[in-house]
Design a protein around this ligand. Structure first.
Ligand code: CA
Length: 226
């Protein structure tokens, strides 16, 4: 296999064992892995190496992963996948809206991480969506402005991923969509492992957009009423 044909992935992680493992899998899949052992070096590497994707550990010496993510976002749109040590950190990342594209909970399988890298790159390569508005009742979901409008004064701007999720539900209004379907369509995953991601994002949407008619279909998934 030709190595490094897929470009550079930057890993910001203080544990060498994890770095070695991920390097092996990334290189097998044709990525070059650049490793930075702390946040400051990672930010420098984003500037100097122009990676196609960043894997970013939360627990880092010096500035932590969340702050590192914010600082990378200030200088680059590179897709960022956070590596979290605990499940509850996922809520924190989403809640803080630091600008990460995705997250994986440790212990993870390197295969899963590589699958996520490929998924974020696929999305990054997709052509921009044609501007359109879906109107459901008194809700307008506007893909050009990436905002949701409701009533005379209600204008909401969810994060990019939250918007994509809402758009997918709205496009399929009235239908119950399973978590697996949602993951596959919105996140581009081709496996059925992680489904909590969907729940976390739905929760965020409900919090940010009061009254948004996303219903839970217990044991199955979600439906946009309309
Ligand atoms: Ca760490």
């Amino acid at each position: 296999m030709t190595t490094q044909r897929r470009g550079t992935v930057l890993l910001i992680e203080d544990e060498d064992a994890i770095a070695d493992l991920l390097r092996m899998y990334c290189e097998q899949e044709g990525f070059r892995l650049v490793h930075a052992a702390n946040g400051e070096r990672g930010i420098e590497a984003v500037r100097e190496r122009d990676p196609r994707a960043v894997l970013l550990d939360i627990g880092l010496p010096g500035i932590d992963g969340i702050e590192t993510c914010r600082r990378i976002r200030a200088i680059s749109d590179v897709p960022i996948i956070m590596l979290t040590a605990r499940d509850d950190e996922v809520d924190k990342i989403v809640g803080l809206e630091v600008g990460a594209d995705d997250y994986v909970t440790k212990p993870f399988s390197p295969r899963e991480v590589v699958a996520r890298i490929k998924a974020v790159l696929r999305r990054a390569d997709e052509p921009a969506r044609v501007a359109a508005v879906i109107t459901i009742g008194d809700w307008d979901i506007d893909s050009g402005r990436r905002e949701v409008r409701h009533g005379p004064d209600g204008v909401y701007r969810p994060t990019a991923r939250e918007f994509d999720l809402l758009w997918y539900l709205a496009e399929n209004r009235g239908l119950v969509l399973s978590r697996a379907q949602i993951l596959e369509s919105v996140w581009g995953y081709d496996y059925l492992g992680e489904t909590r991601t969907v729940d976390v994002h739905v929760r965020q949407l409900r919090k940010k957009i009061p009254g948004i008619p996303i219903e839970t279909a217990w044991g199955v998934g979600y439906r946009f009423e309309g």
